[in-house]
Design a binder for this molecule. Structure first.
Ligand SMILES: NC(=O)c1ccc[n+]([C@@H]2O[C@H](COP(=O)([O-])OP(=O)(O)OC[C@H]3O[C@@H](n4cnc5c(N)ncnc54)[C@H](O)[C@@H]3O)[C@@H](O)[C@H]2O)c1
Length: 440
């Protein structure tokens, strides 16, 4: 099938590459000429495991190419996926400018039947706006071309995006047009040969499903962060509590890890956008208000522990920060807790030496060059001469460091573990003073 992917960010690139992988002919379009140039030269502008190989394979096979040429891109695909960003607007609502610009571009150019697929996370009712935008653009040039708009929210996780797309838990299709539904069934058939995972529903339910999913996951994280903070007060160990409740199949183990708060490009903005929609409809979501407030406070929980341990002042102290990305296996720095933590440490008069296996370039772009923040080439280099180690991202390579070497590198053997990566008994046995999140 001929497919156009509008937007070649985390979602568009992965979706485009995976659709090409199963034999479709995919054109990826972006307004960011720099990104397209990188892709055309064989590079990949983001870090996503397995993606460079998949892109290279499909480009070579002639099933995947990248362009900034709108005319060619719109002419190409029977299916036009919109996978552009929907960042938060100033009032917390989702900024639909890019989605509607993409719809406008399609409406101005399409000459035959197209299915427009909203892959971006968009507020309930957006498919109607997309439909209206395209209809208005067609009317403007007196064109009568049939089309359908479908909601197909994406559930992939950065860091495991290729796997998630190739083996989805479910594929949600929101549509009321039988021809469009049949086309999407065909597109997704190769990804569910084992058993049927396609859920077809009305458009609004599909749009809400995506927000409800992210809101539920964010809720689990904030819930566990509150339990961890309480465990700190009560002398309990949240790791035991996590296992104790996770073993209940009604609860399950996933997304029960307390830490430095959730970040990334999705949860913070989606929780805000859902709140905005709910309030506008007179149904503010009390649970989500708490989820957000708990998360904001949690980002600074580690800094509170550090400040208390340093007797109230961090002036002149040096901290090694391991991990900058908002989670492991990505270079995404959007809303990363590291930003809040490093900002607070520096505001308290400390200096920071940071290390991340893949997000250093992105961190430099986001955090900028500051005299109080330098970057190290390895975890141990960051630790050398620091007053304490602060673990912020759960990268695998941080999990089992040479504790003897770490102890020699640090000025004092002190660890603040914002992801509960280490076993407190083991670390204390190695001579460290250890602070986790809700750990005994
Ligand atoms: N990143 C994730 O893990 C994830 C997961 C599920 C859903 N989503 C949703 O998917 C959408 C995209 O997210 P992302 O992380 O891929 O964003 P991103 O910022 O990485 O990529 C968006 C891309 O769209 C391009 N773009 C913007 N306007 C355009 C236009 N008019 N024409 C062509 N290209 C245009 C941008 O230049 C950018 O390259 C968002 O709505 C997001 O909420 C993201």
């Amino acid at each position: 099938m001929k497919i156009t992917m509008i937007g070649t960010g985390y979602v568009g690139l992965v979706t485009g590459a995976c659709l090409a992988e199963v034999g479709n002919n995919v054109v990826g379009l972006d307004v960011d000429a720099r990104k397209i140039a990188i892709l055309q030269e064989g590079g990949v502008p983001i870090h996503e495991p397995g993606l460079p190989e998949m892109i290279a394979r499909n480009v070579k096979a002639g099933r995947l190419r990248f362009t900034t040429d709108l005319d060619a891109a719109v002419a190409h695909g029977l299916l036009q996926f919109i996978a552009v960003g929907t960042p938060p607007d100033e009032d917390g609502s989702a900024d639909m400018r890019h989605v509607l610009a993409a719809a406008q571009s399609i409406g101005e150019r399409m000459n035959d039947y197209k299915v427009i697929v909203d892959k971006s996370t968009v507020p309930v009712g957006t498919a109607d706006h997309v439909r209206e935008t395209i209809a208005a653009a067609l009317a403007q040039r007196d064109a009568r071309v049939p089309f359908a708009v479908v909601s197909n929210p994406e559930f992939l996780k950065e860091g495991a995006a290729v796997d998630d797309f190739m083996k989805p838990d479910r594929v949600v299709i929101g549509a009321d047009d039988e021809r469009a539904i049949a086309l999407l069934r065909a597109v997704y058939a190769p990804f569910q040969r084992n058993h049927q995972r396609l859920l077809v529903m009305d458009v609004r339910s599909a749009e809400l499903t995506k927000y409800a999913a992210n809101a539920m996951l964010a809720t689990r994280i904030s819930f566990m962060n509150e339990m961890a903070n309480l465990a700190d007060e009560l002398g309990a160990d949240v790791e035991h509590v996590r296992q104790g409740i996770g073993s209940d199949p009604r609860i399950g183990y996933q997304f029960l890890y307390p830490g430095a708060g959730y970040g990334g490009s999705c949860f913070p903005k989606d929780v805000k956008a859902l709140q905005f929609t709910a309030s506008r409809h007179g149904r503010p979501l009390q649970i989500l208000a708490a989820v957000e407030a708990v998360n904001e406070a949690q980002k600074l929980r580690l800094v509170e522990k550090i400040t208390a341990r340093f007797g109230g002042s961090l002036k002149g102290a040096v901290f090694a920060v391991w991990g900058l990305a908002f989670k492991a296996n990505t270079d995404d720095m959007r809303e990363a807790p590291s930003q809040s933590i490093i900002g607070a440490l520096i505001a308290e008069g400390a200096t920071v030496v940071a290390y991340d296996p893949v997000a250093m370039t992105e961190a430099r772009r986001v955090l900028g060059e500051q005299s109080a923040l330098t970057y190290a080439r390895s975890p141990m280099e960051a630790a050398r001469g620091a007053d304490a180690l602060v673990v912020v991202t759960e990268w695998k390579e941080f999990r089992s460091p040479d504790f003897a070497e770490l102890k020699r590198a640090l000025r004092q053997p002190l660890i603040f573990d914002g992801r509960n990566l280490f076993d407190p008994a083991q670390v204390r046995g190695a001579g460290f003073e250890y602070f986790g999140i809700g750990r005994r």
